[in-house]
Design a protein around this ligand. Sequence first.
Ligand code: 13P
Length: 259
Amino acid sequence: MNRIPLLVANWKMNLNAGEAAKFARAFRELIAPARADLGQRFEIAIAPAYPALDRLGQALEGSGIGLAAQNVHAEPSGAFTGEISISMLEDLGCRYALIGHSERRRIFGETDLAIQAKAKRLEESPVAPILCVGETLGEREAGSTLEIVARQLDTALDGASHGLASRLVVAYEPIWAIGTGRTATPEIAQTVHAAIRKTLIARLGSIASDTRILYGGSVMPSNARELLSQSDVNGALVGGASLDPESFAKIALASLETP
Ligand code: 13P
């Protein structure tokens, strides 16, 4: 199995280019003691707001820390005001792009089909998708979590090739845990992640045994180690706690303390 933990910072609409560069300087120093392990025993990527991608990329040069985008458009170019293409992200050296984040689905009305189009386009690109899935509180209380998550995966990955499967990352982010301080218990995370892996294997084949499934939703230094210790939790997608270099460094380093 090749599932080294992946820790991804999702800064959402926070930190400008100058602040991002400042963060990078502090963060590089904080994780310097684990430099030899970076890329070997754990991997880190940061998804800033678009205007900070270039400066952050420069500030991370030579660090081994990857750059990620918070979203991308499926079309290669054209009249899509306010959007950004995959080749633009490639040009900036992005390693990953989030697709289907619940805030994109909920606030901006992105559908499973729109997310599927993005996943398909990313097949032809070195930018790997981090496909986000997760249920609302109502859906959890109705007992339909696994069904919702399986449907999101099935639609987004319909027609996905083997090539995509080898690079795909999935993030399980229960909507009720995002920005609420209410984290899923390690048991809940493991149960849903195991179900996600089953769905992925059914759809993509045994290659999905290696797919990294990240947990997101109020991940903090205090709960990271326990969450990351679950066998199917292969990393974290961190919002609020990733805005502070110290707390994100603590979370990233916690991945080295897991079995
Ligand atoms: P929080 O870590 O702030 O709950 O955000 C999670 C998230 O949405 C990451 O993509």
